[in-house]
Design a protein around this ligand. Structure first.
Ligand code: UD1
Ligand code: CA
Length: 454
C-alpha cells in the first residue's frame, strides 16, 4: 500500500494582506509550506501533491524537489481541491490531507491518522479548544463522530461544541474517489466541503476514527499575521526547549529566536535577545552575550561573543573572544584564541592563533599570521575604487594604532609598523616602517584670534 500526501495551498490568503503568498511566510526562518513538507517526508510517502492556484510561480520556485504540483483553477472548496490531486494517485493508495497553512503538524499525530486509514477507516485529527472560534465542529453521538458542521452552517447549540476539525485527515483513496463522485455544494458557503465525507463514510459502512490532540498549536492555522506571530512563538518555544534539554542554558527562553538549525554542545550559555539564523554550530562552553546575531557560522569550544556583536559566514576556532560591538562578516576564519574587540569589522580575513585586534579596525581581504597585534584604528585599504586587493601579514607582526595598510601590501614575519603610518610597500622581517609626516614644533605659537588683540 502506498501513501500519498495532498497539501492544500490554493487559498488566497487575503487576510495576510501581503504580496507574498501565505504559505511562503516564514516560521522560524522557513516557509510554512516547507514545514508541512518536511513533516510529511518523515512518513516517507510515495507522492506529495501540493494544490496551488494556477501559476503560483513564487511558491513553485521557493520549494523545488520531490513535489507534484496540482492546479486548482477556482477555489471551490476543500473537497474540490483534494479532488484535483486524485488523477495522480493510485486506487489502492492511502491519502493524507494536510493544509499548507497549518505548519506545526505533529509527526506522531499524522502517523496515527495514517495508520487508521491504512486499516480502511476514515481518520480525522481533532482538538478540544478553549476558544474554537469559527472552526468546523465535531458532532458526536454516544462518543462516536457523526459529522462535521462548518461554523457558518452550525446551530447555536453546535457552535457551543469545543471539539474542532483540524482539517487534517486520512482515508483510503477509493473512499475519497467515491465521495468526490457524489459531492454537493448546497451549504452556507456554496463550497464543496471535504468535511461532508464523514457522513458519506458512515452511510457506506466505513468507520470514522478521531485522533484527538491536546496540543492546540499543532492544529493552529495561520490566516493573518496575529496567528502567524502566535505560531512563531510556539515554534520558538519548542526550539528553545529542545536546546535547553540538550544542555544549553538560556537566560530567557522567550528571548531567543532561531531561524534555522542550531547545533549546540554542552554548557553553552545564551543571554537575552540572541538571533541565530541559518546553520549555526556552537561548541561546548560557548557563551553568547545579549543582543547578538549569528548567521551561518561555526563557533568552536569556549568561544565568547560579547554583547551586540554580529557574526555572519564565519568560522571561529576555540577560545576566541568577540566584541562587544564587533562585526564579523563572511569569509572570516579565526584560529584559536583570537581576540576581536569593539568596533572591529572583519571580512574575508584569516587570522592566526592568538592574534588580537582589540579596538576600532577594518580588516578585509587579509591574511594575518599568529601572535600579531593590530592597533586601534588600523584599516586595510582593500579597495582602490575598482578592484579588491589583499593585505598579507606574517606572524608576530606589530601594527601600531591608526595604520593605513594600502593593499596589495605585505608585512613579513616580525615586522613593525609605527602608529599613524600609511604603508604602501612591503615591510621586511624585523623592520620598522614609519610612514607618516614628521612632527614639527613651532616655538611660542600665538593663535590667530589672539594676534589682533595685541
Ligand atoms: C476548513 C474546514 C474546517 C476546519 C478548518 C481548519 C472544510 C469545509 N472546513 O475550514 O472544518 O475546522 O479548515 O482550519 O474543509 N483550500 C484550497 N482550495 C480551496 C479551498 C481551500 O486549497 O478551494 C485550502 C486553503 O488554502 C487552506 C485549506 O484549504 O490551506 C483550508 O481552507 P480554508 O478556506 O481556510 O478552510 P476553512 O473554511 O478554514
Ligand atoms: Ca483556514
Amino acid at each position: 500500500m502506498t501513501l500519498d500526501v495532498v497539501i492544500l495551498a490554493a487559498g488566497q490568503g487575503t487576510r495576510m494582506r501581503s504580496s507574498l503568498p501565505k504559505v511562503l511566510h516564514p516560521i522560524a526562518g522557513k516557509p510554512m509550506l516547507a514545514h508541512v513538507l518536511d513533516t510529511a517526508r518523515l512518513l516517507t510517502p510515495s507522492g506529495m501533491h501540493v494544490v496551488v492556484q494556477p501559476g503560483a510561480d513564487q511558491v513553485r520556485r521557493a520549494l523545488a524537489g520531490d513535489i507534484t504540483w496540482v492546479e486548482q483553477r477556482e477555489q471551490l472548496g476543500t473537497a474540490h481541491a483534494v479532488a484535483q490531486a486524485m488523477p495522480g494517485i493510485g486506487d489502492d493508495a492511502t491519502v493524507l490531507v494536510l493544509f499548507g497553512d497549518v505548519p506545526l503538524v505533529n509527526p506522531q499525530t499524522i502517523r496515527q491518522c495514517v495508520d487508521h486509514a491504512e486499516a480502511g477507516h476514515l481518520s480525522l485529527v481533532t482538538a478540544i479548544l478553549r476558544d474554537p472560534a469559527e472552526l468546523g465542529r465535531i458532532v458526536r453521538e454516544d462518543g462516536a463522530i457523526r459529522r462535521i458542521v462548518e461554523y457558518k452552517d452550525a446551530s447555536t447549540e453546535q457552535r457551543g461544541i469545543r471539539e474542532i476539525n483540524s482539517g487534517i485527515m486520512a482515508a483510503p483513496s477509493s473512499l475519497l474517489s467515491a465521495f468526490f463522485a457524489t459531492m454537493r455544494n448546497d451549504n452556507a458557503q456554496g463550497e464543496f466541503y471535504l468535511t461532508d465525507i464523514v457522513e458519506f463514510a458512515l452511510c457506506n459502512g466505513v468507520r470514522v476514527e478521531g485522533v484527538v490532540t491536546d496540543n492546540e498549536m499543532e492544529v493552529a492555522g495561520v490566516n493573518n499575521r496575529v496567528q502567524l506571530a502566535e505560531v512563531e512563538r510556539a515554534k520558538q518555544r519548542e526550539i528553545a526547549e529542545a536546546l535547553m534539554r540538550g544542555g544549553v542554558t538560556l537566560a530567557d527562553p522567550a528571548r531567543l529566536d532561531v531561524r534555522g538549525n542550531v547545533r549546540a554542545g554542552r554548557d553553552v550559555f545564551i543571554d537575552v535577545n540572541a538571533v541565530l539564523i541559518g546553520e549555526v554550530e556552537l561548541g561546548d562552553g560557548v557563551s553568547i552575550g545579549p543582543n547578538v546575531m549569528i548567521t551561518d557560522s561555526k563557533l568552536g569550544a569556549g568561544v565568547r561573543v560579547n554583547a551586540n556583536s554580529v557574526i555572519e559566514g564565519a568560522v571561529l576556532s576555540a577560545q576566541c573572544t568577540i566584541g562587544p560591538f564587533a562585526r564579523i562578516r563572511p569569509g572570516t576564519e579565526l584560529a584559536e584564541n583570537v581576540h576581536i574587540g569593539n568596533f572591529v569589522e572583519t571580512k574575508k580575513a584569516r587570522i592566526g592563533k592568538g592574534s588580537k585586534a582589540n579596538h576600532l579596525a577594518y580588516l578585509g581581504d587579509t591574511d594575518i599570521g599568529a601572535g600579531c597585534n593590530i592597533g586601534a584604528g588600523t584599516i586595510t585599504c582593500n579597495y582602490d575604487g575598482f578592484a579588491k586587493h589583499r593585505t598579507s601579514i606574517g606572524d608576530d607582526v606589530f601594527v601600531g594604532s591608526n595604520a593605513t595598510l594600502v593593499a596589495p601590501v605585505e608585512l613579513d614575519d616580525g615586522a613593525f609598523v609605527a602608529a599613524g603610518s600609511t604603508i604602501t610597500t612591503k615591510v621586511e622581517n624585523g623592520d620598522l616602517a614609519v610612514g607618516r609626516g614628521k612632527q614639527r614644533n613651532i616655538k611660542g605659537w600665538t593663535p590667530p584670534h589672539r594676534r589682533q588683540a595685541k
